[in-house]
Design a protein around this ligand. Sequence first.
Ligand SMILES: Nc1nc2c(c(=O)[nH]1)N[C@H]1C(S)=C(S)[C@@H](COP(=O)(O)O)O[C@H]1N2
Ligand SMILES: [Mo]
Length: 414
Amino acid sequence: MDDIERSRRRFLKEGLALASLPLVVTLSAYGQTEQPAASEKTPDEILKAYGGRSRFVTSERIEVIPGMGEMKHDPFGLTNHLTTPLQDSVGIITPNSLHFVAGHAGFFVPDIDPEKHRLMVHGMVDRPLLFTMDEVKRFPSESRIHYIECNSNFAKPGHKTVQDAAGRTSCAEWTGVPLSLLLKKAGVQKGASWVIAEGAEDNRGTYSIPLAKAMDDCLVAYGQNGEPVRPQNGFPLRLLVPGLEGVNSVKWLRRLTVTNEFYMTYNNMGRYTSVDPNIVQANYVQGPKSVITFPSGGQKLPGPGHYEITGLAWSGGGAIRKVEISTDGGQTWKDAEIRSAVHRIAHTRFGMPWDWGGKEHVLMSRCTDEQGQVQPSVAEFNKLWKPESRGEAHPNFIMPWKLGSDGAVENGLS
Ligand SMILES: Nc1nc2c(c(=O)[nH]1)N[C@H]1C(S)=C(S)[C@@H](COP(=O)(O)O)O[C@H]1N2
Ligand SMILES: [Mo]
């Protein structure tokens, strides 16, 4: 009897035992939470054992109130929305401590004991399965570098920094099991068309994912940049749905239901669904997007001289093929150089050496992906998306930064 078969039998047995109980009780059997034993090490011992950064490095996430309006910093910790300080980023990997966080569960991050966590695969499958974390890890693993971006990453004229305007995207190396492998083990039945992914927190964070995407390049991930996925990013297990809006990548993953219908879940409601009920906008592939991280809003060039303009580009449509930079508000463009490895559906670092003579400039970047899709200007974006449906769009328009003759950089949107 192999592991899968064993877990299937256990699942069936537990399922039978629970069959007579109300649904709520059945659900609470999975992904229970418990207080772990606190470390007995002193802060100094922890620093030696785990490492820390220089006290002169102060880059931090900022907590914000989510929504499409102006950025409001929330110092009271009442939300669970944290932005990545892209202005300080180097390379393409976001350190786990600085990965952005978006959650609809309010302030509470589930505190899950991995020993007790279970992942269930059921619905329109031949063999319903129930996995422990150990069992998930016995499958061949895959590690891939991908970005995640929340569709609320909408730059507004009031945003002061690139962290405010674009800090709801990050990029990490995710390690896990291809979702397609788990679904094949379970045996997806004819006629199935959706996979409903459910999280373990109080409001479940459930989302409907097209079966074709689930069978393509999704990962059930337990690793993030070489260590277990961080609690705020879905410990011990999260789904990664590359290239689609971040809300698809369900954290604290505990259940996958294969169905033949789209579920109108909590997370599928509201702005995550088009005004046209036949269109699930959040399942759109995110288009090409880029942003200059230096020089960017709130930074100051000390004086005329030689600089490197640098930034990040990414696309849900695949690899970045080209990035161009304009220093005159989009009238003329020059090719930037790619400064990192280029991964599909991942942040890609670009740069261009530049001599600043001390005049005013409007700096912009524009990227093209492997499909030939070009990042739109604000005017092009506004033509594509009417004001009433703009909240549904992936906000990937070109972000201008205004460089003053004093070297100060400001948001160039009006
Ligand atoms: N279970 C659960 N998964 C979730 C969410 C949630 O609230 N609950 N938020 C989603 C949203 S809106 C986004 S943008 C991404 C963000 O992933 P991160 O917090 O790891 O950056 O997680 C998604 N997965
Ligand atoms: Mo999101």
